[in-house]
Ligand binder design. Structure first.
Ligand SMILES: [Zn+2]
Length: 489
């Protein structure tokens, strides 16, 4: 296998410093990795898109310095069609959009101005990143054929045709400059006919975070393409990290890559925001590097994290998750989804109150109190669970007062419960200071404000009580008894 690497997601809202990135590149080498992918999205200060260069983004000067000294390959991972949200949500770049999207926001592949924009990004990156590989993204382009220009083209050449007509020339253009283009492979699984039009030198990054890539990677190999099998650290879909699911996924990709003669493996890491962070998870990422060199997982984790981290991982990544299916792998980060991504702490109360305020919550609190790490980063995952259970139980307590008709007490207890989020504000400020999410501290502030807002709504009630679920819903409006909107999302 030629390449074993991992990807640093500096996109979304990370603000990693040069010192930190330099340290991680060194640690990557020591852990056995020979490549690191820098997943940039809009967090690289592209000279051709100055409107999107927000504070904390990686500058070309810093990137050039990292590339010059790095003990491992540094591969730029761009987006040139899907996941352009950070660009088109910057003032002055709205015109890139293919149209409304609930998920990955796609650029229009039919307009020449958009094609030119993408080439500008790629040129910017190629000036600084000297690696042979240039990753163009291309994943999750679910809006193919959506806009008024693309719709008739989709009828004529299909979504696959639109995709191929966009990416094939881009890949040829990269090749003509002596580099190798790389693409995520999910859209090629969905539209296999694209393979016939792509240059064969294109490297396909086949990502499957819940299963082995063997089936699709075999098809790509049979079609004559080089493949990199891409696993994931399962932090993006959990409250901290699904430890065993991570181990299984990384092992399955290594096995498949070995069997198929793949070019390499990449361990991807995603979305360290919305109350997760790199700093509490790094030893797992570096342990994976050792694992890919043949070490046992337990030895690798001990070598990278030390005994305190291993003990924390066992409690938070296994024992707490084992307390309830609500927290288990495959449940899509239910705590974070229902609280911070929904921007509604009462959402977590609604879906988790019976467990959190019963034996399961008590067990989680007991387990979490067993985490005794000297480093704050390693204490945080347990503390986050403790905060969440405490919030839900205090909210439940306030609810009981409300149900009993003691509105004054319900409001007072909610105000008291809102103080739980002060600790989260502190934690998120701390991680931001390390170079983590710049948005999380504001999300924590907003959660607290939501609770105070509901306490105020209780104080304003006269002679009639809406159901607490309605009153505490973000769409609540006084006087709206049918409350349709509170049932619609
Ligand atoms: Zn379009």
């Amino acid at each position: 296998m030629q390449v074993t690497g991992w990807t640093i997601d500096i996109a979304r809202e990370q603000s990693l410093s040069e010192t930190t990135l330099r340290d991680w590149l060194s640690r990557s080498s020591r852990a056995g990795y020979d490549a690191v992918g820098l997943y940039l999205e809009h967090r690289y200060a592209f000279p051709s898109a100055p409107q999107a260069a927000a504070p904390g983004s990686l500058t070309p000067a810093v990137a050039a310095s990292l590339v010059a000294d790095s003990p491992v390959r540094v591969v730029p991972f761009l987006n040139t069609l899907g996941h352009m949200e950070g660009f088109m949500r910057s003032e002055g770049l709205q015109w890139l959009s293919e149209g409304h999207s609930d998920g990955s926001a796609q650029m229009c592949p039919s307009r020449p101005k958009c094609v030119e924009f993408a080439r500008g990004l790629v040129s910017d990156a190629m000036e600084v990143f000297t690696d042979e590989w240039v990753h163009l993204g291309g994943d999750e382009t679910r809006q193919l054929g959506q806009c008024s220009l693309c719709e008739p083209r989709a009828l004529e050449v299909g979504k696959a045709g639109i995709y191929a007509e966009y990416f094939a020339p881009l890949c040829e253009w990269i090749l003509a400059q002596g580099r190798r283009p790389c693409l995520w492979a999910d859209m090629l699984i969905e539209h296999p006919s694209v393979l016939e039009q792509l240059p064969k030198e294109t490297i396909l990054f086949d990502w499957h975070y819940h299963q082995s890539p063997i089936e699709s990677s075999r098809k790509f190999r049979d079609a004559g393409f080089d493949v990199v099998c891409c696993s994931a650290v399962r932090s993006y879909d959990s409250a901290w990290c699904h430890l065993d699911a991570t181990y299984e996924n990384i092992d399955a990709h290594y096995d498949a890559a070995t069997e198929l003669g793949a070019l390499g493996v990449m361990v991807t890491t995603w979305e360290f925001s919305y109350f997760t962070n790199y700093f509490s998870t790094l030893p797992i990422i570096f342990a994976a590097g050792r694992r890919l060199r043949g070490e046992e997982w337990a030895d690798a984790l001990l070598a990278e994290g030390g005994e305190e981290f291993v003990a924390m991982a066992e409690i938070v990544g296994r024992q707490i998750e084992d307390t309830t299916p609500f927290l288990a792998a495959g449940q899509w980060r239910k705590i974070r989804q229902n609280m911070v991504l929904s921007q509604d702490p009462f959402g977590l109360w609604r879906v988790w109150r019976h467990e959190a305020c019963g034996e399961i919550g008590a067990r989680i609190m007991e387990l979490a109190s067993g985490v005794q790490a000297s480093s704050p980063e390693y204490r945080y995952p347990a503390d986050f669970y403790r905060l969440c259970v405490t919030w839900v139980c205090r909210c439940e307590d306030a609810y009981h007062q409300y149900a009993a008709g003691d509105l004054r007490e319900a409001s007072a207890r909610l105000r008291k419960a809102s103080e739980v989020f002060d600790a989260l504000v502190d934690w998120m400020g701390y991680f931001a200071s390390l170079g983590g999410s710049l948005g999380d501290v504001h999300r924590a502030v907003r959660l607290k404000a939501r609770v105070v807002e509901v306490a105020n709504a209780i104080d304003a009630l006269r002679d009639y009580r809406p159901a607490f679920e309605v009153l505490s819903h973000p769409a609540y409006v006084p006087g709206d008894q049918a409350a349709w909107r509170t049932g619609q999302y």
